[in-house]
Design a protein around this ligand. Sequence first.
Ligand code: FES
Ligand code: FES
Length: 201
Amino acid sequence: MSGGFGGASAMGRRRFLVVSTTAVGLTLPVPRSASAASPGTAPASGATTSTVGLTVNGERRSAVVDNRTSLLDLLREHLGLPGTKKGCDQGACGACTVLVDDRRVNSCLTLAVMHDGARVTTIEGLSRGDRLHPLQQAFIDHDGLQCGYCTPGQIVSGVACIAEGHTRSREEIREWMSGNLCRCGAYTNIVTAIEQTAKDV
Ligand code: FES
Ligand code: FES
């Protein structure tokens, strides 16, 4: 696999993972168990499924899932949103990046039941009808992709990178995008797309 956006990538990935994991909190909200008798009642002992309700791309969605289901699988397999990609499925590549309450999260690395009530944005939620998000357009304009597999995660992460203000230099963009790997090595053009979009917005 490619070495990433730059020399600081290893530290950057670690920082990204810390942000990703702390973003979901250290305490587990009690999931609404499918077998719970009433709201506020703890899940019955041995319950293996829960109802998870989320606002995804502005739309209220819910599904009954196995408690072990990742947020990524909830999105892809239960809610019909395959734009978010599964790469390593272990928190190392960033292909599965989504925004949870506006913060970047590796959706393969977190359980769906931990996000009951959250607001999730996926790649499908960035465009407005036929009008692409400016960063989506910039990826096209600056050839920020080759095979395209990492691209949804790169773009979602790039949107957050811009919103966070981590775009004061190409080096800073590399650092804060280092949690997203690209096997095709399109890093230079990805940075250009983010840099240009940050200047335009
Ligand atoms: Fe989630 Fe690779 S698929 S980090
Ligand atoms: Fe192919 Fe990034 S992995 S464009």
